[in-house]
Each structure stands twice: as structure tokens, then as C-alpha cells.
Design a protein around this ligand. Structure first.
Ligand SMILES: C[S@@+](CC[C@H](N)C(=O)[O-])C[C@H]1O[C@@H](n2cnc3c(N)ncnc32)[C@H](O)[C@@H]1O
Length: 258
């Protein structure tokens, strides 16, 4: 597991009128209902904005995330905070028609788009629900994923614990999230992100939401702190993979078999 030194305490610049995203020490300070309402508002522009903000790297990040699940044909997965369902769709392609994928999100606006995009795969379903109280029985899935969702949750530990609860012993919990790069080029990329995203958000007439994006990223723990949280909720073999100069990471942990 790569080790990264502790970072200075991040500050929030969410600004007047924006939902606060300051760190609470263990999670995002914004209520799930407010976060869901904000994603309802930005749903129509979400995928296009993501492509631009990620420098069109996002499909590669999702492919690495799917690979990290270890899923095979016929297996079952849950994608938490699934949004417009892009990762869930890729998981559905991976497990095929004899498998099952459930996407869960608090935003019905995001899920409406996911259902349209996933209409040709009946083994893929989308359900409104909270990541901190997943609508699933214990040990139901072979893998649980979350992409760019964990930093939105009011309690990261509970988020990982819920994902661990619904995977079977030996199943994988996989988290793709924006991170704090350490290299000079990575830090330059991060500086571009922090300056460009609010401008792009204003151009899309979604200034508040994209100020929130920057502040929620600043509030999110470092990759080694995220790995420690995963260990605290009982996941084992936790490792993480930095992608695109460390601008994002894929964390993977296993539910113990014993
Ligand atoms: C940045 S989007 C990521 C969407 C998608 N996973 C992707 O990779 O594009 C964050 C998503 O998390 C959802 N979300 C935020 N808080 C949530 C919660 N407590 N439970 C479930 N979903 C939540 C939002 O509604 C939104 O769709």
C-alpha cells in the first residue's frame, strides 16, 4: 500500500448560498437531502461536465474500477451513489445477463437518467436509497462499488461499513474518488481543477454545485487515511491505486472470510 504523509487541514470555500462541505472529521457536513436536491438540479449537465472536468480521463478510471472488483460473468454487484449509472452500466456489461447489478442513489433526477441509459439491460436495476442505510440484505453481493460518491456522505466510515455489510465474505469493496496528488505535475493538475471547476460551473449556470465539488474534494481524507477508515470498519487487504498523477485513487478492500 502506498503511503502518503499527513496533509494540512483543508478549508471550505463553498461561499455564500452554497451547501457547506467542511470536514466534520469523519464525513461531509452537508445533509444527504440537500446533496440529493443539488444533484437533482445538475442531473441534465452532469455527464458532460464530468467529461470536461476529468480531461476525458473518466472512462479509463471507470474501467480500472470495474477491473478492481474482480467480478465475473453471473456475479452480483451494488453500485452505491450510482448517479447517472455509468459505472453500474459497466458492471452490468461485466456480469452479463446471468448476473445482477443494483444502482442506489438519493437523487431521483440522476436515477431517471440512469434508467434510460440502462434500459437495454434488464439485469440492471436502479433504486432510490441512502448509502448509509442500503436497501439490501447482508452478504448479498460479490462486490460493492462507489465512484465519486464517498466524499458526499456525512460519515465515510458508515458508508464503507454499509458496503462491507452487503458484500459476501471474500467480496470486494471498491471506491473511486478524487484525491490529493503529491507529485509536482499532479499538484499542478489539482490547482487547475480548483481554479477551472468553479469557472466551468458558472458557465453551466451551476455555480453553487461546482463550488461544492471543490470544497467536498478538499474536505476528503488523504488516500492513506481512507485506507485506515476501511480497515477500521473491518475490511482487510486494503490497497489503493493512484491514477492520472494521483489525481484520483481506486481503493479496494475485502470482507474477511473468517
Ligand atoms: C459526483 S456524483 C457520482 C455519480 C456516479 N457514481 C458517477 O460516478 O458519476 C455523486 C452521487 O452521490 C449521490 N449521493 C450523495 N449522497 C448520497 C447518499 N447519502 N446516498 C446515496 N447517494 C448519495 C448523489 O445524488 C450523486 O448522484
Amino acid at each position: 500500500m502506498t503511503s502518503i504523509p499527513p496533509q494540512p487541514e483543508p478549508s471550505s470555500d463553498a461561499g455564500p448560498g452554497a451547501p457547506p462541505a467542511a470536514p466534520t472529521g469523519h464525513g461531509n457536513a452537508t445533509a444527504a437531502a440537500d446533496v440529493g436536491a443539488m444533484f437533482d438540479r445538475i442531473a441534465p449537465v452532469y455527464d458532460g461536465m464530468n467529461a470536461v472536468i476529468s480531461g476525458f480521463q473518466e472512462p479509463r478510471w471507470r474501467r480500472r474500477t470495474v477491473a478492481a472488483t474482480g467480478l465475473r460473468s453471473g456475479m452480483a454487484a451494488i453500485d452505491v451513489a450510482t448517479g447517472t449509472g455509468k459505472l453500474a452500466g459497466s458492471l452490468a456489461d461485466r456480469v452479463g445477463p446471468f448476473g445482477r447489478v443494483v444502482g442506489v442513489d438519493v437523487s431521483s433526477g440522476m436515477l431517471a437518467r440512469a434508467r434510460v441509459a440502462g434500459a437495454d439491460a434488464p439485469w440492471l436495476e436502479f433504486v432510490v436509497g441512502d448509502a448509509l442505510a442500503l436497501p439490501a440484505e447482508d452478504a448479498t453481493f460479490d462486490a460493492a462499488t462507489i465512484a465519486f460518491g464517498m466524499r458526499n456522505l456525512p460519515d465515510y466510515g458508515r458508508g464503507f461499513a454499509e458496503m462491507a455489510r452487503v458484500v459476501r465474505p471474500g467480496g470486494r469493496v471498491v471506491c473511486l474518488e478524487i484525491a490529493r496528488p503529491q507529485s509536482l505535475t499532479g499538484r499542478l493538475g489539482r490547482a487547475w481543477f480548483e481554479r477551472a471547476v468553479p469557472v466551468i460551473g458558472r458557465l453551466a449556470r451551476q455555480a453553487e454545485a461546482y463550488r461544492y465539488l471543490v470544497s467536498s474534494v478538499r474536505a476528503y481524507p488523504t488516500p492513506d487515511e481512507v485506507a485506515a477508515i476501511m480497515g477500521q470498519v473491518g475490511l482487510v487487504g486494503v490497497r489503493w491505486l493512484p491514477l492520472t498523477l494521483g489525481m484520483v485513487t481506486v481503493h479496494v478492500g475485502l470482507r474477511p472470510t473468517g
